[in-house]
Write a protein that binds this ligand. Sequence first.
Ligand code: GLA
Length: 397
Amino acid sequence: MTLIPAIPLADLAATAARGLHDLTGSVATVTAVAPGRVNLIGEHIDYCDGFVMPFAIDRYVVIAATPNGRREARIGSGLGESATINLGAPVERGEPKWANYVRGVIRGFQDRGFEVPGFDAWIVSSVPMGAGLSSSAALECATATLLEGLVGTQLSNRDRALLCQKAEHTFAGVPCGIMDQFASTFGQRDRLVLIDCRSGEPTLVPFTDPALTVIIANTNVHHELTDGGYAARRKNTEDGLAAIGKSSWREVSMADVESRWERLGDPVNRRGRHVVGEIARTVAAAKALEAGDIEALGPLMAASHDSLRDDFEVSCPELDTMVTIARDIGRHGGVIGARMTGGGFGGSTVTLCDSARAEEIATVLESRYHAATGIRPEIFASRPSAGAHRLDTMGPG
Ligand code: GLA
């Protein structure tokens, strides 16, 4: 079997509770969970007022915690060395780095006037890291959900997502859009989260057909959005919009970009072509889904990938290889569409396919990708799953 099954949420929660118990001898009183996401279409346009269509996957960050009566948070995890965070002052960035996502969210609560009580916590994650599947947004959203439990408040989904996005901006240094945190909080079982990034409105789109499967193939080429490529792309789009002289990419047509091609210059012109094209493709994909025309997604996903590769330049040879293998399997082999997903520069591809062929397709992706690159990918299927929430209080298993 090539498709790696999900670890049941209850098992993750039991592992987190056990970790907390081993670390401190305490029993968890609050357990929070938030999922990673995969994006079907609409890439690198959430920060351009575009539309994006991700869903929450059944891979999660789970945090088990309990108040400790001190002025500090003591946090252990399987993610790296433990972190101690002083809560007696506004929290700042620090070491270890992975804990900056937690620090940034704590700071968001402090900035809203909440007094965050001292707590001990243990974090576990089944979201592959650096795989373009929003492991960091999952950690942020799980932390926010945990803190809501500890301080006794409930943020709206939107507020929680915005707080977490700010943590990513200021504590991780990635000027991300809103897609990942929205997907991780608004996600629902059997629903895609179609986000209008201009209005900030998510629409839940049913995705229930058991005949359809979404395969996620992690190339195991790791991406680091903190290294500047992401920020540079975002800057290109801002420069392009300013040069075109419109207030939003939603007001820009392809003719606007093409008529200024020379003046915009390379690569800003190609970045603009991606943005305008990807917004149109995502709108078309949403309409096709609404009309039950799933086959229309294939060409749209293909065009999205090509544009990300050639115009936006955020793909990499390994992502291209994985997508090419899926395309070669083709519709007769059960593949409807395939593209890179997430920030890029490595990470994962998303392949929409017939459920009856999913296992067979995964086996071909795995073996041909390994033969071409020498790298073992990590391949699994996911259905749209629940967004951030609290689990029932539970003790060590
Ligand atoms: C990362 C960012 C998102 C989005 C995607 C690309 O995941 O966090 O906001 O921009 O890249 O679509």
